[in-house]
Design a protein around this ligand. Structure first.
Ligand SMILES: C[S@@+](CC[C@H](N)C(=O)[O-])C[C@H]1O[C@@H](n2cnc3c(N)ncnc32)[C@H](O)[C@@H]1O
Length: 310
């Protein structure tokens, strides 16, 4: 199966799908089966699934953000349309995976053989979106996956109370200096709103000594999780996916940090303990040496898979 896969490298594609052969192995798509890729992105995983289920199987791709996604069959499609879009035989719907069961039902997919989640952001968000996802670029503080939602990082930083900022930095960033950083943000915004990622870094620099890159990435992670309600969405999406999974259906989930991975692990263990699921990955699957060399994003990827027994 491995050599059938389309091997993408960073030169050929904006976003290189992580753990591609492992996704196919655990999702195990068979001809005629129906799947949902709940984090469609640029379709790197989805198009490999499609090859194996064609011509009768259906594939629905969901994403909050189709901006700069695949070139859609309908040309300059209205990306915010509630009507389905299509891309090379894959049906696409924009929406939040927390709402997966309703979105699937709009496409008459009330039961599916498998669901894939590849959480987080894609290369576009960091490299192109201009929405302040990366501390390495000086950009406006937005951090939304979907520009249709209203809460931005700007609002969080400039209006949330100090104790809430401290809480998100601690809970979502696992940052030790949360209290100091939250206090400095509140002091700084009394003089002037914090508008850009660069200004946020200056505030962090004013209170954190020594090597700061890890602190930056923890603070950015915390803000991104808060702005996009990421952990709650993941919990709901797993429940939703389970509710539309056929017996013998598979869920494959790729996480990029321990908070996401913990939610997936606990959800799968609950299903195992209640006798309705078989966990297919005793330990999380990580990238092999070759992939680690080619795709830096694969370094933190952890894949878990479960099969529904009943
Ligand atoms: C890591 S990328 C997926 C990449 C994809 N597997 C590929 O091969 O191109 C994660 C995607 O999930 C989307 N996303 C994040 N949160 C979402 C949510 N709550 N609902 C739907 N999509 C979401 C992001 O917009 C992003 O495109």
């Amino acid at each position: 199966m491995t050599n059938k896969l389309t091997k993408l490298t960073a030169n050929e594609a904006g976003h290189v799908p992580v753990l591609l052969k492992e996704v196919i192995q655990y999702l195990d798509p068979q001809s005629g089966e129906d799947f949902i890729d709940a984090t469609f992105g640029e379709g790197g995983h989805a198009k490999e699934v499609l090859k194996l289920i064609e011509p009768k199987g259906r594939l629905l791709g969901i994403d909050l953000d189709f901006e700069s996604g695949p070139k859609l069959d309908s040309g300059s499609a209205n990306l915010k349309a509630s009507e389905p879009l299509s891309w090379s035989g894959i049906e696409l719907r924009s929406g939040n995976f927390a709402d997966i069961a309703n979105i699937a039902s709009r496409s008459d997919l009330d039961e599916v053989d498998g669901v894939l989640f590849d959480f987080g952001f894609r290369s576009f968000h960091i490299d192109v979106s201009g929405r302040g996802f990366s501390y390495a670029k000086d950009e406006p503080l937005d951090m939304r996956y979907s520009t249709e939602t209203s809460l931005t990082a700007l609002e969080v930083l400039n209006s949330w109370p100090e104790n809430e900022l401290e809480r998100i930095f601690t809970e979502y960033g696992e940052e030790r200096d949360s209290r100091k950083i939250a206090k400095a943000i509140v002091e700084s915004r009394k003089d002037k709103k914090i508008l850009t990622t660069g200004e946020l870094l200056m505030v962090v620099d004013s209170v954190v000594r020594g090597y700061k890159v890890k602190t930056y990435s923890r603070i950015f992670q915390a803000l991104r999780i808060a702005v996009n309600n990421e952990l709650e969405n993941i919990k709901q999406s797993l429940e939703g996916a389970w509710s539309i999974l056929k017996p013998n259906g598979r869920i494959v989930a790729i996480s990029f940090h321990s908070l996401e991975d913990r939610i997936v692990k606990n959800f799968f263990n609950d299903k195992k303990q209640s006798g309705v699921g078989e966990v297919l990955t005793k330990k999380p699957i990580i990238a092999d040496e070759d992939e680690l060399k080619e795709n830096t994003r694969s370094r933190s990827a952890k894949l878990r898979a479960i099969k529904k027994i009943k």
